[in-house]
Every structure is written in C-alpha cells, then in structure tokens.
Design a protein. Structure first.
Length: 142
C-alpha cells in the first residue's frame, strides 16, 4: 500500500478527490466505463483486488458497473446520508478508499449494481496479471 502521507503526490487530483474525499467522476468520461477487456480491477491506492471483468456489465450509467465484488472481504459497505434517500457507499477494506455505491437494480442474478468510479481503480489486463503479481486469480478470469 502506498504511504498515505504521500497520496496527494502519488494520485492524480481526480483520483485523490474520489478515493479520499468521496468524490464522483463524470459519467461516460472515465477510463473504464466502456472497458471490455478481460482482467481484474484493483484499488488504486492499495492494489487489493476488488472486481473482475467476469462480473462487469453495461448499466448505461457511464460508470463501470459490476454485479458483485471479486473478493467480497475486500469491500465494506456504509450508509451514505449525503443525499436523500440514503445510499449504500462502497469502500475498499484495506485502504478505505471511496469506490462508489451499490444499488439494488442490477440486471444479473445478484440484483446488485456496484456503480464504481474508474478513478478509484486500476485495471490489470489478463495477460499482465502474472507479471503484476496477481497470477493466482487468472484461473477465475480465463
């Protein structure tokens, strides 16, 4: 995990705003909303594995959407009262990065839509997973 004191220097201003200040990036103008490559999505701060391309779907919202976390214990959920009605905020467990929100309107078997900011994620393509230290997860993506 990156030194939390140096996050402002390590992250782009948008990544910092999203992960540390609970910000939201613009829809349809972010890195992964339309990414269809096979691989995994990890926390931009800690590198912990969060989501898989296997569970990604096009929600039409302009943000990456997933039906479930790849490793559920790496995600925490909290009540967000900043808007009405309250929403369920999703954060990474290790780095406590704000990721986005989860909604009960997903089209898949889970019925969930994890609406996640690209700025909170780093995508690791399937062919780079081994070199990046995530080889143990390849069998779940191929």
């Amino acid at each position: 995990m990156q030194n939390m004191n140096n996050l402002k220097q390590c992250l782009t201003p948008e990544q910092y705003k999203v992960t540390q200040e609970n910000g939201t990036e613009r829809p349809f103008q972010n890195a992964y909303w339309n990414n269809h490559e096979k691989g995994i999505y990890v926390d931009i701060v800690s590198g912990e594995v969060l989501f898989s391309s296997q569970d990604k779907f096009d929600s039409g919202t302009g943000w990456p959407s997933f039906s479930k976390p790849f490793i559920e214990r790496h995600i925490t959920e909290h009540t967000d009262n900043s808007l009405f009605p309250p929403r369920t905020e999703v954060r990474s467990k290790q780095a406590d990065s704000h990721l986005g929100h989860v909604f009960n309107d997903g089209p898949t078997e889970t019925g969930l839509r994890y609406c996640i900011n690209s700025a909170a994620l780093r995508f690791i393509p399937l062919e780079e997973m081994e070199a990046e230290g995530y080889g143990e997860h390849k069998k779940h993506i191929e």
